[in-house]
Design a binder for this molecule. Structure first.
Ligand SMILES: *Cc1c(COP(=O)(O)O)cnc(C)c1O
Length: 452
């Protein structure tokens, strides 16, 4: 590593340094995840709902490998921050949490995406996993699994209040209740909860978004009334994602389900920045530069020649590409190369002799790499092959000039959620502050080579 590669990480031990160096030899890009940030974000979300004794619990949503942050480490950090529920869309991830040794004494786990005809209901029930029920297709199989195990399946009734995705509709609800009530009376089902999902992250300045959420809330209350009238009392009602946890206290109910907030981002940049909500982005994506070289004026950069250099300059290879989850839509087109719209590519923080500077993806993102126009001579700028650059991180201050996943989302015309979840597993995930956040038993659940 060269002297200006990057600021040093707060390693916990010589072993942490050795793990870091081994990761750099293994792959030229790394996702570094601060477990203290995850824990503190969860602590904050618990405070937002009124604290641990408020009657509102908080679920850490850890679907999709914890939004790419690593399922088990992120789940453990969420529990350390006061989450008493975990949520995973796919049932295999819910089971993986239990298999990692996260028991019912630590948290309830809810899972909600499955096809009712081919799902391991018996395994889910036996592992104390709560199951969402939003259609009748699997109901008999679920009840049979419960009868055979001799214990009720814990279910949360999912209702479609306007999202148009999973859940019973208002028209179909009476028929559904006629099927559900006898199974609850029989004891095959324990109907624990009533839940639904919101379609828009409220931006307080967009009245139609606020109205649509208001309507969803009304529908939710209608469903609840009908359920009570049928003789089922939902103990746990939950509707709020991150956006509603932060901005809609009237629907915190007994449980809220933040996902993106746990990872340190607001749901929609229109709501403000993570800092506005006292959240800290937990992941930094960095890479070590490949070839750095001087090129002449008018040199085409990457496939399709959508970027042509202006004057003599240097370029540097960032060895991550769309096969790593770097969106091709974050390619950069300049005036000389662009046939249509000129557009800066995704931002990268490069350390120069004069301090950090933002460079941008120049030309098309390739499968395993993309190119930065350094807009000057690498020798003068003090930029070398092997230097560590940051694609995104917590976004520390102007002087630090660090992009965030929101900046990449803007460059790629998507949302931060997709920036994280697209990152492939060939990029090593490394964890900061694991020793501080996790007790010995939990620390032992992490891959020791991933602990910085
Ligand atoms: C993903 C998801 C959440 C979390 O949403 P965020 O916007 O990340 O807070 C909550 N509930 C359900 C059903 C989800 O699928």
């Amino acid at each position: 590593m060269t002297a200006n590669a990057c600021e040093p990480w707060p390693f916990s031990s010589p072993q942490g340094i050795a793990n870091y160096e081994a990761a750099l030899r293994q792959y030229p890009g790394q996702a570094i995840i601060d477990l203290a940030a995850l824990r503190d974000n969860m602590r904050h979300l618990v405070e937002v709902v009124g604290g641990p004794k408020s009657g509102t619990a908080v679920m850490g949503v850890v679907k999709a490998d914890a939004y790419g942050h690593g399922l088990v480490p992120a789940a453990l950090a969420a529990l350390a921050g006061g989450a008493t529920w975990l949520g995973a869309a796919q049932s295999h991830e819910a089971l993986a949490l239990r298999k990692a040794g996260i028991g019912l004494d630590r948290c309830h786990i809810l899972t909600w995406v499955y096809n009712g005809l081919a799902v391991p209901f018996d395994e889910l029930i036996a592992n104390d996993i709560d199951i969402s029920l939003g259609s009748l297709a699997g109901i008999d199989a679920l009840a049979d699994a419960a009868r055979q195990l001799g214990r009720p399946a814990r279910v949360h009734i999912k209702v479609d209040t306007g999202f148009g995705r999973n859940g019973f509709t208002e028209q179909g609800f009476d028929t559904s209740l006629r099927k559900l009530v006898p199974l609850a009376k029989e004891g095959a089902l324990h109907i624990v909860g009533l839940w639904s999902h919101l379609a828009v992250a409220d931006a307080p300045d967009v009245p139609e978004f606020v109205d649509s959420t208001d309507r969803q809330i009304e529908h939710f209350h209608d469903f609840e009334r009908r359920m009570r009238a049928a003789g089922i009392e939902p103990e746990i009602r939950h509707l709020a994602n991150t956006a509603a946890t932060l901005t809609r206290p009237e629907i915190h109910f007994e449980l809220t389900r933040p996902g993106i907030g746990l990872y340190g981002y607001e749901a929609d940049p229109a709501m403000g920045t993570p800092q506005d909500y006292a959240l800290t982005p937990a992941m930094t994506l960095q890479a070590q530069l490949g070839t750095v070289k001087d090129v002449e004026d008018g040199h085409g950069i990457s496939y399709g020649r959508t970027y042509i250099t202006e004057g003599e300059t240097s370029t540097a290879i960032v060895p991550l590409g769309y096969a790593d989850g770097i969106h091709r839509s974050a390619s950069g087109f300049d005036e000389r190369g662009a046939k249509h719209a000129v557009k800066p590519g995704g931002p990268v923080r490069v350390m120069t002799a004069a301090g950090p500077e933002l460079m941008h993806v120049s030309g098309r993102v390739c499968m395993d790499q993309f190119i930065l126009d350094l807009h000057g001579s690498a020798a003068h700028l003090g930029i070398h092959e092997g230097d560590t650059v940051k694609l995104f991180g917590p976004g520390r201050g102007e002087e630090f000039a660090e992009p965030t996943a929101d900046d990449w989302a803007r460059a790629a015309d998507t949302i931060s959620y997709e920036i994280f979840t697209c990152l492939r597993n060939r990029i090593p995930r490394l964890y900061l502050h694991a020793n501080e956040v996790l007790g010995a038993d939990d620390l032992a659940k992490l891959d020791p080579a991933s602990v910085l």
